[in-house]
Design a protein around this ligand. Structure first.
Ligand code: C2E
Ligand code: CA
Ligand code: CA
Length: 539
């Protein structure tokens, strides 16, 4: 029967696995896409931030170029040059020394260029718009971008005033502006415009019309604080796309990290959700723990023994009651593994605590499913090496809750006999609540009977089950079985039981089930309870 169960669950498991992989793949794709789309605002923010820094840097490069050029003109204005051949030579020397400067002109108080490094003496009018921007104050500077009358080429001028309205200018090819901006940009596909006094100079790799371009793009604008100079980045859709592609590795990286986390989490979830695996997982990962609940004789300070009760601390669902997971384990055919686990804990405990265990015993619950397994008793006896030093400290509790068929009953009795032969003592658990209790005790000499807590509850409530309880006690005595009362929660219950001669108690009144690590501490501090004087003890 168990074999069939296993096969079905394995088959189901495989089907689920393929489905799970497919949906995992789908989820991972969704994660990548989501990561990409969700990070789009981040990319646009980053693009804006990157370009803002680059724009400010580019503008300050042009500013310092202009500053340096103007500073180099300063010495020429010191000694009122008359445009002698010597003066022209001095102008030419300066042109030679200055980066990218093609010509230098000297300007008189009428705002006319009267001497240039190329032509010598001359007389050229400066545009009124330039004069308007260039006050006659020593040190004032301005810029202009003009088209020479004779050619198509534009000229970029830097102007500097000296004393008494005199001045000088330097002619520079305007592509120095685009060069200065372009050199510091990490991309070569970002169009930009440098505007000098309202006249635009486009980046040379772009022949788009400025006005047309501005319609399709977002424009980032930077203005120089000192000069009539502006820089505009024309952020075209094409540039944005290139930028996104360049930055896509961030999304891939993030997407991969998220997918890995997700895949790991869902792997764990699937593992948890597949029930057969859950138990193996719980067993392997020590989520299952055995708790010990003392069984005491309230007349003495010494506990008689402990019942071993399984606890499952599930990382997601918290503490799961054995009333839930034991039946589940039975259904899934995993109960033997659980019984082995508890039994091994018991054996280890007996071996490790010889002195403590001297006159005490440990109680282990045996599932009805195990008793129907023909090999169970042999397996358990072998697990204890048929060692009577171990088995005499062990009490096996068998519940009588469910009805057994005649053939099942034969198997159960055979198993119980075999267990008793190897030295185990056997208890009938939850006595009085099941169907086969009487039949069981008639056919097998149990050593101990454990009376279920429902009867103990009745003791103080003066319930109708008291006569039943008394007859069970009577029966147990007649059959020479020790009696343990379960679920003793109050001193009144304890006293009432003692008066009936039931001296072995288990219940929250004495101690709740506890983990092994706190057991020794509890033992050291345990004292028998103080009972009312009128309690008449029956021996
Ligand atoms: P059980 O064998 O009848 O165990 C006694 C149950 O009563 C325990 O519940 C215990 O915590 C609880 N109990 C003890 N004193 C009191 C009390 O004063 N008041 C009340 N209300 N309850 C008390 P637990 O630990 O939840 O176990 C429930 C059942 O799960 C057990 O009933 C047993 O049938 C099963 N179980 C526990 N561990 C194992 C195991 O290792 N193997 C098998 N096959 N079954 C187990
Ligand atoms: Ca029990
Ligand atoms: Ca019980």
């Amino acid at each position: 029967m168990h074999g069939d169960n296993n096969k079905t669950s394995k088959r189901k498991g495989l089907g689920n696995q393929t489905g799970t992989n497919r949906s995992l793949f789908r989820d991972v794709v969704v994660i990548y896409l989501l990561t990409f789309f969700l990070s789009l605002p981040f990319y646009f923010w980053k693009l804006h931030a990157d370009l803002s820094i680059l724009g400010e840097d580019a503008l300050s490069r042009i500013n310092s170029f202009v500053d340096n050029t103007a500073a180099s003109l300063q010495p020429l204005l010191m000694d009122n040059m008359a445009c002698t051949p010597g003066d022209v030579g001095a102008l030419r020397k300066t042109v030679f020394l200055l980066y990218r400067v093609k010509e230098i002109g000297l300007i008189n108080q009428d705002n006319r260029v009267y001497c240039t490094s190329n032509l010598g003496r001359t007389s050229i009018r400066i545009f009124p718009s330039t004069i308007a921007r260039w006050p006659e104050i020593a040190g004032s500077r301005t810029l202009s971008l003009t088209r020479a009358k004779t050619g198509k080429t534009q000229s970029f001028f830097v102007y500097l005033r000296g004393q008494d309205g005199m001045g000088a200018n330097a002619l520079i090819p305007p592509d120095v502006l685009t060069e200065l901006v372009g050199n510091g940009l990490p991309f070569d596909n970002l169009p930009f415009v440098v505007t000098v006094a309202g006249k635009p100079q486009l980046s040379d790799h772009n022949s788009i019309d400025v006005n047309e371009a501005k319609h399709q793009v977002s424009v980032l604008n930077f203005a120089s604080p000192q000069y009539p100079l502006e820089l505009e980045f024309l952020v075209t859709p094409r540039f944005k796309l290139h930028y996104l592609i360049e930055q896509y590795w961030i999304s891939i990286l993030l997407g991969s990290v998220f997918s890995l986390i997700y895949a790991y989490a869902s792997h764990r979830r699937v593992l948890r959700q597949s029930l057969p695996a859950t138990f193996e997982w719980a067993l392997k990962n020590r989520e299952l723990e055995v708790y010990f609940q003392p069984i005491v004789d309230p007349r003495i300070d010494n506990p008689l023994g402990f019942e071993l009760l399984l606890r499952w601390q599930h990382p997601v669902h918290g503490m799961i009651s054995p009333l839930i997971f034991i039946p589940l384990a039975e259904q899934l055919g995993k109960i033997s593994a659980l019984t082995d686990f508890v039994l091994d804990t018991a054996i280890d405990f007996i071996r490790d605590n010889e002195a403590l265990m001297d006159s005490r015993y440990l109680s282990v619950n045996i599932s009805r499913h195990s008793l129907l397994d023909h090999e169970f008793a042999d397996r358990i006896c072998q697990r204890c090496n048929n060692d009577r030093l171990i088995t005499k400290h062990l009490l096996l509790e068998v519940t009588e809750e469910l009805a057994f068929s005649e053939s099942e009953m034969v198997t159960v009795i055979a198993q119980l006999n075999r267990l008793q032969t190897c030295g185990f003592r056997i208890a009938v658990d939850d006595f009085g609540t099941g169907y086969s209790g009487l039949d069981l005790i008639r056919r097998f000499p149990f050593d101990v009977v454990k009376i279920d807590k429902v009867f103990i509850k009745e003791l103080v409530e003066e319930g109708t089950a008291i006569p039943l309880l008394d007859s069970m006690i009577e029966l147990a005595r007649r059959l020479d079985m020790s009696i343990i009362a379960e679920g003793v929660e109050t001193v009144q219950q304890a006293e009432s039981l003692l008066q009936r001669g039931v001296n072995y108690h288990q219940g929250f009144y004495y101690a709740k089930p506890m983990p092994q690590r706190t057991l020794l501490e509890w033992l050291n501090t345990f004292k028998r309870p103080t009972l009312s004087e009128e309690v008449e003890l029956v021996s």
